[in-house]
Structures are given as C-alpha cells and as structure tokens.
Design a protein. Structure first.
Length: 164
C-alpha cells in the first residue's frame, strides 16, 4: 500500500460522500430527521455518525485523543452538516498530503473513546475510515432511495472512470 493508493481511496470516499450529500439536499427537512430503521435512527443520524467517525479518526491521526464524537445537536441542520463535512475533508486531505510511504507502514498508537490504548498499522486504519464510510453510505442510500432521491451508483470503478 502506498500513500498514492490511500489518497485515491479517500478521493473515492469524498466523491461518494458528495453524491450522498447532493441527494440529501433534495429531501424535505421532515425526511432528513424522520425516524428510520437504520443504525443511527434517521438520515441525519446516519450522516452525522459518518462525519463524526471521520472527525474522530482524523484527530487521532493528528495525535489527539478525543473523548467524544460529534452529535446531532452539534450539526442540527443539513447545511451545518455539509459545511462540517467540507471542513473535515479539507483537514483530512491536508493530513494525508503530509504522509510518506514509510509513515503508512508504521504502527500507529491511539486511544479509543473509552480511553483504552490500541495499535494498528496506519494504512489499515486509514483504509478502515473509507470502508466504514461504505457501510454508512449504504444505509443512507437506502433511505434516500425510499425518499425518491437515490444517490445513484457509488461503485469505485465508476469513480475511476469519471475521474479518468
């Protein structure tokens, strides 16, 4: 795994997130917050969870040990969520741009939210962030499709074809 591969995976992640956010912009405010049978209770809950995961991991990669993630109260509107996600993307891309191939092969020590220590190879954790997003986008995509706003195809190969 090389830093260029990680950057490609994150570019895919942000491309797919943009498709989800563009579709979300078309749902009603009521649909955005409506209770739904997904892991985080609503479309908003699902999207807030995902941006929170990206925030938590980025802060860990930068050397912090956040005690909590973001909540729906932190991002009460879709506009607030979209702005935060853009900010997180910029911050993560800045972090990734500073990594070397040697960096991503090293062990990375961090603290989980409960405070216990953990360690993994850095590229494994970076890959985890993107993979986690795939699950969350899947749940959001189902809800968006039910609301008549499918995000369309989110395949990695489509991303590669579109980006050349």
């Amino acid at each position: 795994m090389l830093t260029a591969d990680i950057q490609t995976m994150f570019s895919y992640n942000y491309w797919a997130n943009a498709r989800i956010l563009d579709a979300t912009a078309k749902v009603s405010p009521e649909q955005y917050v409506a209770p739904a049978p997904v892991s985080f209770g609503s479309l908003r809950g699902t999207l807030v969870h995902e941006v929170s995961v990206e925030y938590l991991w980025r802060r860990r990669f930068e050397g912090a040990s956040p005690a909590k993630g973001l909540s729906e109260g932190d991002l009460p509107t879709f506009e607030a969520l979209r702005e935060r996600w853009a900010s997180e993307e910029r911050a993560m891309r800045t972090y990734l741009a500073g990594l070397t191939d040697d960096d991503i092969l090293r062990m990375f020590d961090f603290r989980r939210l409960q405070g216990e220590r953990a360690s993994n190879v850095l590229w494994h954790l970076l890959y985890h962030v993107v993979n986690h997003g795939t699950q969350t986008r899947g749940e959001a995509g189902v809800l968006l499709s039910q609301y008549g706003q499918s995000p369309g195809d989110l395949d990695f190969t489509l991303f590669l074809r579109e980006k050349g």
